[in-house]
Design a protein around this ligand. Structure first.
Ligand code: 4AD
Ligand code: MG
Length: 483
């Protein structure tokens, strides 16, 4: 039986008084044939295993190499050395798996994040990735806890769909048709009637449309699942496969939606601060060290923990898109032509440099922008009634976070059937394809709203990792799907 082991995290919380314990883990280092630093992934701290001279066979000790896996039984005693509270005096050491130290790619030294991405199958065994992925876990757990406490129903929306929820056309096709002999119809087009589902299908870009069906029955639901975007954006904030949390609420307007989103973000940050202090302290130090290499003006004004505290203790700035354009237009940054994309005026889509200017330079806190021009937002957003002439807006809201940019996108939904149909016709979405979606507007339609939080961007925000590829286990990006 294997399960009689104690996790190192729990072990280190004990008072060492000669108790007998068994630990299992992977060797980080082995010094002087005496001190094994053993790690089991429950914490970045290692247990120091003390090998008393002559107590173990020499053949066995030769096999204690970096990343070999061990089972160690012994007694815990207060440590005589500095740097750790206790030692585990080994009575029995068993090698569970050998590791060829010559070939093992992770050496006990600092590796670059770029190098570690190439060995993503092993990078969890480093302190940085240990901390990041424990925090990622905690955030995921906190998300379920938040919605459960609020009485939301967790809904699993389909991964394969026939619709494009965002209408942006950035989809991965799902098909079993042969590539070399694709069946064609009379018009010479690919005949998807012969495909697996009898129609063209793709990986979902969002669970929202199905989420709305749930909300108009349960009142409040949320999804938390993988979503896929075939956008060719090779940036530090885009993945082709990412996880999204999408709550959808009946009887909510845009303001209710913003309030929920802000409360939600603060709740999950607070949860991680309370439960993952040690890992966050480690990550804060890592970030501070990394930023020391940057010129002064590129460094963050606040440390990681300070930033998180600040977000918890301050309201997010809320302003309309129209006011944001005004601020951007009048900014010295714009007047000195420092934006790569100049501010051309009302109606333009905001680039991430604009969003980051608002958040990092102007307001210096998270910002919620709302009431965007209809033309740059998705078809399902509610059309505002009180717009300025020639400037139709929708009840959309985006939350922008320091260092990240857009972290949440959401809106109140258009619940009025004729308005929704008119909008769909206007931008060329066939009504019959979304007949089931439109049915919610036919049978007991209600004001409702929702949003999507990009999970990896949230993990980036909390861990301070600058590249999104370093907060998901096995990133999928253009040109890369290893592991
Ligand atoms: O703004 P988006 O496209 O909104 C939706 O998909 C809506 N259906 C959400 C809703 O109202 N239910 O995406 C929502 C969030 C973005 O704010 C961003 O954080 C994240 O998803 N996101 C990405 N994250 C990583 N890689 C990408 N390619 C992303 N695209 C969007
Ligand atoms: Mg968006």
């Amino acid at each position: 039986m294997f399960n009689k082991r104690i996790r190192i995290r729990e072990l280190l919380a004990m008072e060492p008084q000669g108790q007998e314990v068994t630990v299992m883990g992977w060797v980080r280092t082995f010094r002087n044939n005496q001190f094994i630093a053993l790690n089991d992934g429950s914490t970045n701290q290692n247990i120091q295993v003390l090998v008393e001279l002559g107590s173990q066979g020499e053949e066995l000790l030769k096999r204690v190499t970096t990343s070999a896996s061990l089972k160690v039984t012994g007694t815990i005693v207060p440590s005589l050395g500095k740097g750790q509270k206790m030692d585990l005096k080994a009575a029995r050491i068993e090698i569970l798996g050998d590791s060829d130290a010559e070939k093992y790619p992770l050496q006990p030294k600092k590796h670059s994040l770029e190098f570690l991405r190439e060995i993503a199958h092993l990078r969890f065994r480093t302190n940085t990735f240990g901390a990041v992925f424990r925090v990622r876990h905690a955030l995921a757990f906190a998300i379920h806890r938040f919605f459960n406490e609020k009485g939301f129903v967790y809904m699993h929306t389909p991964i394969i769909t026939a619709s494009d929820a965002e209408g942006a056309g950035e989809m991965f096709r799902v098909s079993t048709l042969p590539f070399d002999q694709t069946p064609r119809n009379d018009k010479g087009e690919v005949d998807f009637k012969q495909d697996f589902f009898g129609r063209a299908t793709n990986l979902t870009v969002s669970g929202q449309l199905e989420g709305e069906l749930g909300a108009t029955a349960f009142g409040e639901i949320y999804t938390f699942g993988p979503t896929f975007r075939a956008e060719n954006s090779n940036t530090a904030r885009h993945l082709a496969e990412f996880w999204m949390i999408e709550p959808e609420m009946a009887f909510y307007d845009l303001e209710d939606n913003m309030n929920l989103a802000e409360e939600f973000i603060k709740y999950i940050i607070r949860y991680a601060m309370e439960h993952n202090r040690e890992d966050l302290e480690f990550l804060a130090q890592r970030l501070a060290d990394e930023e020391k290499q940057l010129p002064q003006e590129k460094r963050s004004e606040m440390g990681l923990l300070e930033k998180l505290e600040f977000v918890l203790n301050n309201g997010f700035e809320r302003l309309t898109y129209t006011d944001a354009i005004e601020i951007l237009k009048e900014s010295n940054h714009n007047k000195k032509k420092k934006f790569q994309y100049p501010i051309t005026g009302w109606g333009m889509d905001l680039q991430s440099e604009h969003e980051r200017y608002l958040v990092e330079k102007h307001f210096k806190k998270p910002v919620i922008l709302y009431n965007y021009p209809a033309a740059i937002k998705a078809f399902y957003m509610r059309q505002n009634d009180d717009c300025a002439p020639g400037q139709p807006t929708v009840a959309a809201m985006d939350i922008l976070a320091p260092g990240i940019g857009e972290i949440v996108g959401g809106s109140q939904r258009e619940e009025r059937l004729h308005k929704l149909e008119d909008r769909m016709k206007e931008i060329g979405i066939p009504l019959e394809e979304l007949w089931w979606y439109l049915d919610t507007r036919r049978y007991g339609t209600v004001p409702h709203a929702g949003f999507g939080l990009g999970f990896e961007r949230m993990v980036q925000f909390v861990t301070g990792m600058t590249n999104i590829r370093d907060v998901i286990a096995f990133p999928r990006t253009p040109g890369s799907a290893e592991f």
